[in-house]
Design a protein around this ligand. Structure first.
Ligand code: WQD
Length: 335
């Protein structure tokens, strides 16, 4: 079964391509390479010992996207392609709404035109905002987004919810928590272009000497050690969740279907716990200092992933230590 992976040269997309191929699917990458590097295709070639077909196309280009569907005989879509920098989204809202929502709507348009019905959407726990109850379940209220990026995920889910109510599309939104780590081969990983937004690339770039220090954004939060808590999930566990979701979709007999699943480990770790875990697995002391809180950060969030465990038969298997070991191996081979 051929699966179109939009944003397939990105961090989560490329790792999902590996899991798809290992599960017997054939992946086809569609990526505009605006925030990913063509070297990822080479990394995938080494891991999979095959060349994954990839098309450098903007998802909003209906004619080009439709051509790929036809040429490759696509039977399902995993839609990752989106701009995802929270800070940048606040500076350039229109760019985010045009890209993230325009891409999604074009993909769905082409699916309907081609009679393809299986869609997995890359959503985010960011839709929950500052949660009232932890761990957070899929029934938790979706709160007003704290960023334009988060809002594009919320609106994306609504577009899919409303489309699947009216037209023959079967879809699942996967709400990711914090993806970290890299493929254990060290051949693909998180490749932030320019200054990283996320914590783990900052940690590994500091450890390798590319950055002078990690700044902990606030240690006066109402948490045991004062730093924010997140659910850090190994990117390979996250990748495998997409395969489980595709298999689950294939079992749905009705022609219209929609559901949402949290994809997290169910464990929360603080920034300081992550830093100390990294120092342990890398055996390298890390230079860090405490700075002011970052605008828009929430205190704590971690998943109740029991719905995915039960219905998708998926559960995170890898630990934070393993994720940091894999992230460190990736960083070391990057130099
Ligand atoms: C994690 C924690 C920071 C950097 C974001 C998006 C979310 C998803 C994952 C795409 C926070 C702290 C960070 C640093 C720090 N992205 N931190 N120093 O903000 O939880 O989630 O990435 O889907 O939508 O919002 O991840 O890695 O940026 O931060 O102290 O240099 O690390 O304050 O508590 P976040 P993050």
């Amino acid at each position: 079964m051929k699966i179109l992976v939009t944003g397939g040269a990105g961090f989560i997309g490329s790792h999902t391509v590996v899991s798809l191929e290992e599960a017997g699917y054939e992946a086809v990458i569609l990526d505009d390479f605006s925030n990913s590097d063509k070297s990822v295709i080479g990394g995938l070639q080494k891991i999979l010992n095959k060349t994954v077909p990839s098309y450098a196309i903007d998802c909003r280009n209906y004619a080009e996207v439709r051509k790929v569907f036809r040429e490759e005989n696509i039977e399902g879509v995993i839609h990752f392609a989106a701009s995802k920098a929270v800070g940048e989204s606040m500076e350039q809202p229109l760019l985010y709404y045009q890209n993230n929502l325009g891409s999604l709507m074009t993909i769905i348009d082409v699916m309907l035109a081609e009679g393809i019905s299986n869609l997995i959407f890359s959503s985010s726990c960011t839709v929950y905002g500052e949660v009232d109850e932890l761990p957070v379940t899929e029934n938790a209220p979706v709160k007003p987004a704290a960023s334009v990026y988060g809002n594009t995920k919320q609106i994306g889910e609504e577009i899919i919810r409303d489309t699947t109510a009216a037209q023959p599309i079967k879809a699942i939104s996967l709400r990711y928590f914090n993806p970290v780590g890299a493929h254990p081969s060290g051949l693909i990983g998180e490749l932030p272009i320019g200054k990283p937004n996320n914590l783990v690339p900052f940690v590994t770039q500091t450890a390798i000497g590319k950055r002078a220090k990690v700044t902990v954004f606030g240690n006066d939060y109402p948490t045991p050690d004062g730093t924010c808590i997140r659910d850090y999930i190994h990117v390979m566990d996250l990748a495998e969740a997409h395969v489980a979701a595709l298999k689950y979709l294939a079992k749905q007999s009705e022609d219209k279907f929609y559901d949402v699943f949290n994809i997290g480990t169910g464990n929360g770790n603080s920034v300081l716990e992550l830093i100390h875990s990294f120092e342990k697995v890398s055996r390298k002391p890390l230079t860090f200092e405490t700075g002011p809180r970052r605008e828009g950060d929430i205190t704590a969030v971690w998943a109740d992933a029991s719905k995915a465990n039960k219905e998708l038969g998926w559960k995170a298997k890898r630990t934070l230590d393993e994720a940091l070991e894999d992230a460190w191996r990736w960083e070391q081979q990057l130099v």
